[in-house]
Design a protein around this ligand. Structure first.
Ligand code: CP
Length: 307
């Protein structure tokens, strides 16, 4: 019984195996449509979600399993004061695997320590979002053909954006990866990532304020929204929310094969006139989230048949 709290809980080889399996689903989504027959996935979401919760549920249904759960703290007994550890003890007797999102950093980890079933961190506060990272890796590998020797632009809210934190941690394990961090000064990456991950690993990176200046050098541009729900005051959010808006005009400065990713939801940071650009792959990325979660569920439930 193995939890997944952080993409770094998986070795590079294990991630490659997940990607290989997920790529089989890209080719043939109905493959292994019975392997989870009789199994149940619980989705315990204490914070809003569209993609993560529904793609987990879609993934389990595609594998022949069933789903149960709640989509907000208000609709669970958390509203009456129940602890996460008590909740997971109970869920352990209702389901075979659990995906949990929580606004508090570390809450899914606490749950995993009291669980009899594998718990997957589906996003904990501003900390980590490992299944989004696996989705991002699958998207990059499948559409770019490699995970190494890439210049990756990370743009927007790099302070609170947990998808960015998880992605940096995962991508530094591949050779030749360099980062260009594009953010307002107030929303730069946290110090712990700069010191413990980038500086300690000798990873090449730079931090800039102007998107247009760096677009020509990027292989990938990972856009993020400013995370309104993590701000302490609304004035700061309003001042910073439109710091970067990628539009068709700016896309003319980017290489012809640069991919644009975004974990979504989008607010204003990518104009809709970019959506038809073949380099804009964020909706395909959301679709790939189903396939990598299928691969993850199968792996954690140990139901992988001989292929
Ligand atoms: N990317 C992502 O986590 O989206 P949701 O918040 O809709 O799950």
């Amino acid at each position: 019984m193995r939890p997944l709290m952080n993409a770094l809980d998986l070795t590079v080889d294990e991630i490659n195996e997940l990607i290989d399996l997920a790529e089989k689903f890209i080719q043939e989504p109905t493959r292994f449509s019975e392997v989870c027959r009789g199994k149940k996935l619980a989705t315990c979401f204490y914070e809003p979600s569209t993609r993560t919760r529904l793609s987990f549920e879609s993934a389990m249904m595609n594998l022949g399993g069933q789903v149960l759960g709640f989509s907000s703290a208000d609709s669970s007994s958390a509203a009456k004061g129940e602890s996460v550890s008590d909740t997971i003890r109970v869920i352990s007797s209702y389901a075979d695997i659990c995906a949990m999102r929580h606004p508090k950093e570390g809450a899914p980890l606490v749950a995993s320590l009291h669980s009899q079933i594998p718990v997957i961190n589906a996003g904990d506060g501003g900390h980590n979002h490992p299944t989004q990272t696996l989705t991002d890796l699958l998207t990059i590998k499948n559409l770019k053909g490699r995970l190494d020797h890439l210049t990756i632009g990370l743009c927007g809210d790099l302070k609170f954006g947990r998808t960015v934190h998880s992605l940096i941690g995962a991508m530094v394990r591949y050779p030749g990866v360099r980062f260009v961090m594009i953010s307002p000064d107030e929303l730069r990456i946290p110090d712990y990532l700069r010191k413990d991950t980038l500086d300690a690993g000798g990873i090449e990176y730079k931090e800039v304020n102007v998107l247009e200046d760096v677009l020509p050098e990027l292989d990938l541009l990972y856009m993020t929204r400013v995370q309104r729900e993590r701000f302490f005051n609304e004035e700061d959010y309003i001042r910073l929310k439109d710091s970067f808006i990628l539009d068709r005009k700016k896309m003319k400065l980017a290489p012809k094969d640069m991919l644009v990713l975004h974990p979504l939801p989008r607010v204003n940071e990518i104009a809709t006139d970019v959506d038809d650009d073949p380099r804009a792959v964020y909706f395909k990325q959301a679709q790939y989230g189903v396939y990598i979660r299928m691969a993850l569920i199968m792996t954690l439930l140990e139901v992988i048949p001989e292929c």
